[in-house]
Design a protein around this ligand. Sequence first.
Ligand SMILES: NC(=O)c1ccc[n+]([C@@H]2O[C@H](COP(=O)([O-])OP(=O)(O)OC[C@H]3O[C@@H](n4cnc5c(N)ncnc54)[C@H](OP(=O)(O)O)[C@@H]3O)[C@@H](O)[C@H]2O)c1
Length: 256
Amino acid sequence: MLKSVAVVTGASQGIGRATAVRLARDFSALLLVARNRANLEQTAESVKAAGAEVLIIDADLAEPSVSKAIVDQALAAFGRIDALLNIAGAVPQVDLFDMTDAQWEEGLALKLHGARRLTIAAWPALKAAKGSVVLMSGNSALFPKAPYAAVGTINAAIVALAKAFSDRGVAEGVQVNSVLPGPVMTGRRRSYLQHWASLHNMTVEEATASFPKQAGIARYGEPEEIAELMAFLVSPGARWMTGATLRMDGGEVKSI
Ligand SMILES: NC(=O)c1ccc[n+]([C@@H]2O[C@H](COP(=O)([O-])OP(=O)(O)OC[C@H]3O[C@@H](n4cnc5c(N)ncnc54)[C@H](OP(=O)(O)O)[C@@H]3O)[C@@H](O)[C@H]2O)c1
């Protein structure tokens, strides 16, 4: 197999971990980024078991200096970057009227600026490899709600950011798309359900059971299902798809 290298952020758990494990079937080497080293090592074991080389970097993507270090290490270890999957995200789930400037900055620093900086740092390598980028947004971009205003706002900004990158990418040979998952059962979804339970005077168990019906879906998504979409987007078969915003949400969005 021709050497092909993917960088996956948020690879320590949830959708990022599932994506890394799935990509190990298609790429010869993966670089995994998140803060929790022990969890990254667990992901790395599964990646190795699937036959790919792996390097882990435990780093806080909200730190401006980190993106260059990640790209430098990827190039030193593997010599190229063919795909960058920006999946890390942890926007505070706080009501619009309670959220502090510091909480807004925290959400923006990781999910928007972390992805923006890493994509820019990796761009020359992506250009050289005619590579592919995915930015993770979320369905809340389409229906921002006051109790979690920053989540919807920042996810909408990610869609716009991906579109701007894809505009440059058309000229420079880099494919860029964004993905909007609906409710997927991960650690982040569990923390959302805790918040949702308290807003609706329910136990977390009641909220977890009733949320899919309220959201108009038959069940929660699995991280592995989103991972399949991510793998398709960075595969040769999806090459002409760029500047696209893809939803995978069990039918949560009812509009056309
Ligand atoms: N689950 C859903 O229903 C859903 C729906 C729509 C969109 N999404 C989006 O999908 C993405 C993944 O979410 P998930 O549900 O899989 O959540 P998750 O299980 O909580 O995973 C989040 C990942 O982001 C990493 N991360 C958080 N802060 C970081 C930081 N400062 N620096 C580096 N890495 C950091 C976490 O690793 P460490 O803690 O080890 O750093 C973890 O690997 C997020 O962008 C989320 O907004 C999820």
